[in-house]
Design a binder for this molecule. Structure first.
Ligand SMILES: Cc1ncc(COP(=O)(O)O)c(C=O)c1O
Length: 442
């Protein structure tokens, strides 16, 4: 280790709080630069970014077109309060509308990140419907701050409790660990909808403003819902006048093989929340897309949402340039090609390690779920509190082998940049297989 690395490590330990971690346990490399599919640390060691950061760096690192647009914007206008009109912002919103699933179009409200976008979507749905309850799924992540954290359906919610009133959780399908006791996807869908109808009955559907759901579950394990589930959810929302919000913070911008998962699955929500890859994560940006017919409500009623950084010029320029690249390089659809490479690579990984209980996903949005035993499906770590189990050790070994991946408890996300070359992906998955072969969860 160089002196510089040691200095940075010491400074971090002394002055920085790292997210979601017991601070004394954090040992990570010091990243100095990144390009394409690779990160480089202060010692010059290279890491293939198998998770696109936190499933966000869809254009690979440091794409020159986006970097240049940020620099040019910084030289021209770095800030104007969000009430001012701005051409870059207006054109970006127009372009987002053209990629969104609504024929009627949509309007964008910009935030700084995904959690904030979910909170604002809930606020808008409550205003529009005059109702207060919000339903969200277990095994979901919708953000960390108290509002979005209350919507989250797993242990990252617990620290927020009692949290935001009016949030009710329900079970959504999970084919590998069915909450509905079936291996049949059609039965899974039917029972999941029956369960949700019951939840609505007992909560009073006329009190429910919104149902918020990740159309593909993200950090809880790249769970793709069985056919028909999202469509049935749409029908249920329409029947009861409930606003359907798709949280596309992770699955938007090409991750599933289309601009949005709602386009990919041909199911139209009423709002879409986004963040992360809208700028390829180069500048913080999130937002809510509201279908035109609902957005009109705010023509005569004040929108009660606002942030200092809403529609920040640097973020607008970064997103506009990122869209240029997505469109020019055909990246929204490229995940459809990557899907085959990942499927094949993960089948090899699963053949090498019995710890792989399931490898699943869609497009360039995959996860491996690690179990102690394929028959009992006992996870290698319990999903509880601060004991992360053996996964950090496995991920550290993977980094030693030159690959960064993001994971939690017994899930590793395989969500590379959409620009990744096939050889790079093979290199990453081979290292994952090597690390799993050397891994023992005892
Ligand atoms: C599906 C989903 N929603 C919301 C969020 C929160 O976004 P942010 O961290 O930008 O607040 C995340 C973050 O990982 C996410 O995956």
């Amino acid at each position: 280790m160089t002196t510089q690395t040691l200095d940075t490590t010491a400074l971090h330990r002394r002055f920085v709080l790292t997210p979601w971690s017991a601070q004394a346990s954090v040992t990570m490399p010091t990243i100095e630069r990144a390009e394409g599919s690779y990160l480089y640390d202060a010692d010059g060691k290279r890491y293939l970014d198998l998770s696109a950061g936190l499933v966000a760096v869809n254009l690979g690192h440091a794409h020159p077109h986006v970097a240049q647009a940020i620099a040019e914007q910084a030289a021209r206008l770095t800030y104007a309060s969000p009430q001012f009109f701005n051409a870059t912002r207006a054109r970006l919103a127009q372009r987002l509308s053209s990629h969104a699933p609504w024929e009627e179009g949509c309007r964008a409200f910009f935030t700084t990140g995904g959690g904030e976008a979910n909170e604002d979507a809930v606020k808008m749905a409550r205003a529009i419907t005059g109702r207060h309850k919000v339903l969200a799924a277990y095994r979901s992540f919708h953000g960390s701050a108290p509002g979005a954290g209350s919507l989250t359906g797993e242990n990252r919610r617990w620290a927020n409790e009692p949290g935001m009133p009016g949030v009710v959780h329900f079970f959504a399908p999970n084919p590998y660990r069915s909450p509905f006791h079936t291996d049949d996807p059609r039965v899974e869908t039917a029972r999941a909808i029956e369960h949700l109808e019951l939840v609505l009955t007992y909560e009073n559907p006329q009190a429910v403003a919104a149902i918020l759901i990740e159309p593909v579950v993200g950090t809880n394990g790249a769970i793709v819902y069985p056919d028909g589930y999202l469509r049935a959810l749409r029908e249920l929302c329409t029947k009861h006048g409930i606003v359907l919000v798709f949280d596309e913070v992770m699955c938007g911008f090409g991750r599933t093989g289309a601009a949005f998962a709602s386009v990919k699955f041909d199911v139209t929500p009423d709002m879409i929340t986004f963040a992360k890859a809208v700028t390829s994560a180069y500048v913080p940006l999130g937002g809510v897309l509201v279908r035109e017919s609902l957005a009109r409500y705010f023509d005569e009623h004040a929108l009660q949402c606002g942030h200092t950084f809403s529609g920040h010029p640097l973020a607008m320029a970064a997103a506009a340039a990122a869209l240029d690249v997505y469109e020019r390089e055909g990246l929204f659809a490229r995940a459809n090609e990557i899907e085959g490479w990942i499927r094949e690579g993960l089948a090899e990984v699963a053949a090498r390690s019995a710890y792989v209980g399931d490898a699943r996903g869609v497009g360039a949005f995959w996860a491996v779920e690690l179990v102690k035993d394929r028959t009992t499906k006992e996870p290698i770590a319990a999903w509880q509190g601060s004991n992360a189990g053996p996964l950090p050790k496995l991920l550290a070994d993977l980094r030693a082998r030159g690959v960064y991946a993001f994971g939690r408890y017994n899930i590793i996300l395989v969500t590379p940049p959409l620009t990744i070359a096939r050889d790079e992906l093979i290199e990453g998955l081979r290292a994952l297989g090597d690390a799993l072969e050397a891994f023992s969860c005892n």
